[in-house]
Design a protein around this ligand. Sequence first.
Ligand SMILES: [Zn+2]
Length: 271
Amino acid sequence: MTHPKILAVLAHPDDETLGFGGTLARYAALGSETHLICATRGQRGWFGAPDDYPGPDALGAIREGELRDAAQILNLRSVQLLNYMDGELDQVEPPTIIHQLANYIRCIRPQVILTFDPYGVYGHPDHIAIAQFTTAAVVEAASSSPGNELPPHRVEALYYRVLTAAELAAYQSAFGKLVMTINGVERQATPWPDWAVSTRIDTGAYVPQVWQAVRAHCSQLPGNERLLALPTPEQQAIFGAQTFYRTFSFATAGYQQETELFQNEWIAVSA
Ligand SMILES: [Zn+2]
């Protein structure tokens, strides 16, 4: 039996663990191929003293290694790094990266794609940019484009990862207030209303695995100290369930909240 393939398209090493780890681990355990495209190497995510910053290339190499370790822990089938600069994803020429992502979608041919929500969780410009590029790439991948050797591919569903108020409160108790200041304007994390959550995945059994993946991102551990010190009930509050907004799906509609990213009949069809 072949289970549907899932592709997560994200911005930084550690997004896959902190934002999507439970879901990716769960579906890998259930037999799905899980794939990751990470648009940057997180070259600017430095928590040490400024004088100790090894530079973007060296830090990017370190973080790529950490990402590959985390990917192994989460049982990802493949990881593709695109090598755009951390913090500058919103300045990439859209046609270039959209075309690049569309070609990966045509190669991997996933049924389900996961990315950030249009607010980028807390207004992070890289997260917002990758959500926009991925959404456009899903459309391009499905279109017939003369000259492209790869046949078009239509994904069955696209999901945005969303935080509910409860999950955000748990996150903020661990990380502090999730906030970014862009052009002098403070952007705070924006919870989605519970009624807009289309899909809630039970990831409680995979919290220890996610924890191990968090620890694989060694260079980021100073930023995650409060997270790793959390007692088990709070760990479960953050990683015990993951919520998504179904941006579109060819398989399902309506407002009933679902507990899976895909429908059982897909498994039967592809068996
Ligand atoms: Zn990120």
